[in-house]
Design a protein around this ligand. Sequence first.
Ligand code: SF4
Length: 290
Amino acid sequence: MRYEGRIYRPPSEAGSYILQATIGCSWNHCTYCDMYRDKQFRVRDLGETLQDIRAAAMAGAGQVDKVFVADGDALVMDMERWQSILSACREAFPRLRRVSCYATAMNVNQKSDDELRMLREWGLSLLYIGPESGDDVTLKRIAKGGSFDQHVEAASRAHAAQMRLSAIFLLGAGGVERSAEHAQASARLASAMSPRFLSVLTLTVVPGTPLSRQEDAGRFQLPDTRGLLQELRTFVDEAKPEDSVFRTNHASNYLPLEGRLPRDRARIVQVLDAALAGQIPLRPEWMRGL
Ligand code: SF4
């Protein structure tokens, strides 16, 4: 398998075959993100991508039941390319039950309803979308590219195409200044998107990013640990998706939580209250990761 640069994937794709069909992120503007800053976005040569699928099949086709198509917003690829890739995956991996990729709201909204339906029919069944926040002021400041309404539109169109969604929100994205608005509006957006999977990560300001320069200039301040936990409490308390598997098991978080929302809301809020009261140990800084 040939991979270019560092490869990122959601924690739940740990056992998946990672197919790098694009290099980098076609957007690449989010102020906090340093994942693909060193990569000039391009769609990889289709012949090479198909060769990789064949090589993975030779190496152990019987083992592969999930494929994650990398890098940062692979949904941006055109339909012909997706058709070739998805058809090659179906042929190469007899046990295949899921193909997924990262997507932005813009990627989804640039596809027509028919195109989304066709992608689903060909096998693309799960999209990971990271609005990070539901607060339009925060979304503008972090240069996410999509607004609250655009994320709702993307989610509703993906649902209509029978695709599953995994939505990711980012504690701290609004800074101290927009902390409460960020948490409340994120809960509203999670409710409106109603994804099958709902994850919360914690922002780390990475040196070299635009956000880090804003922090150095005194224009951004990350809430302290208590402020971040309070954001999480607000989010859990106010989010009302239809039925989402909720996780904060990403290494960036201070408190790994798991459950379903809204079903387990009261239990999770209780745990968060105990953590805020200092009764539950938090993950120490040295154990946290990006
Ligand atoms: S869309 Fe995702 S990968 Fe691209 S810059 Fe934003 S956070 Fe990074």
